[in-house]
Design a protein around this ligand. Sequence first.
Ligand code: C2O
Ligand code: CU
Ligand code: CU
Length: 494
Amino acid sequence: MVTYDEETCTQAGPSGIMAPSPRMVNTMSLRAIGALAAVVALIPLTSGSATAPVPNATSSAPADTVEVTLTASATRLSLVEGVETDVYAYDGRIPGPTFEFEEGQHVVVRFRNDLPEATTVHWHGLNLPFLSDGSPFHPVQPGEEYTYSFTIRPGAAGTYWYHPHPNHATGWQVAMGLYGAVVIRAADDPLPSEYEDKVFLLSDNKFDEDGSILVHERTTLPGIVDFENGREGDHLFVNGEELPTVTIRPGEIQRWRFLNVSAGRYYRLALEGQPFVHVGNDGGLFERPVEVDELLLATAERVEVLVRGVGEPGDRYVLRTLPYDRYIPQTRPKDWDQPRDLLVVEIAGEAVDAPPVPERLRPIPKLTSEGEGDDQVMTLTQGFINGKAMDMGRVDATGVVGETQVWKIENIVGMDHPFHLHGFQFQVIERNGVPEPFRSWKDVVNVPADETARFIVRYENYPGKWMFHCHILDHEDHGMMGILEVTPAEEDGG
Ligand code: C2O
Ligand code: CU
Ligand code: CU
């Protein structure tokens, strides 16, 4: 069995709190309305309730700024029927509120940490200034506030999420309930607005007999297994509910966004009775839809798919996660080869004629680099990148604003590792020597056991220190993480 070197898991680095200068928001009323408008009740999806987009109240404002608040606190909620559990929650719910923003909008998030410990809010996948990344460089202490502010880049429309990112405690805080979705919309969205848009956050958890969230001590055998595999739970949740039901009308087409917000579990999604029309990945829509029978979501990955209402009212179909072997044999869970039901899809209501799926979605410019070969090579082992655990005081890779680089990620151990880069969306070029069949924007690439992936990324803006890491949270917390420092372009003249 592989063991981790606890010695290298040091708490290091600057811990000063730097609050980005708050941008002025236009008026008091805008502040109030904006906060309401941006938080859209896409969840929970009890009894098949529809998403209800709220019109953007700030669209007529001179500066398109939207301000929202977010609070993390310790509270008690019922996650499984009949028991109350001590949890951490954003705005008192799990998942946290789904934020809906538009390309071009300036977003100000006033965050308050009411937890008994330090935390951060990381905006996973978004291109934003370093000070608003919510990385371990900028912890927010208990009782303190922090303002995250960023402008949504044109072309960013897609499905993102937010979660804590404190050094060595991300897995713990996510297990306790801290995660939520961010949906970015484009004014020129190519998909018909008639397609109802639904967001599904996929999470898992496990509980003690008294209903409390079970996080094993690392020194115990189950703790070692969780550390090795990434903690998985036997309870599977879709938007915080076990096996919920959603409805779709006969003939209807719905647009579904799946987010894997689990710490270690992968989802191999398949829907009974029909293939998925896969239209997007982490960073938004493809150039063209692709039909697939199943979709693998490594931790932190997102997809957008179109699903049809096939059949008669009363028909029911199950969305399942199929077995996927990402494990080393020694710690493979006993039930790894069992499919699990996630969601029931019920055909209900009157038949409709859905507008057809467009053949073209949006252009994705091809990234090319001037250099030859790989600018960054990252070798993944169990808990380490290039043989090292993260050191907040070390820089592992460098780049310059405006530069385009090719990264090669080689996994030389017998377990999958999902590799994530902060701050910049990339394009996967090839996996194991096989060219990627089509372009898409990604911020996580799963690198299967003993395989290699290459991606290309442009650091189009925002100097700073950007984390890259395995998104199995136990591996990340151990230090399977490094730092890319992007420095300003010299021509900028400072
Ligand atoms: Cu989803 Cu470094 O994070
Ligand atoms: Cu991230
Ligand atoms: Cu890993």
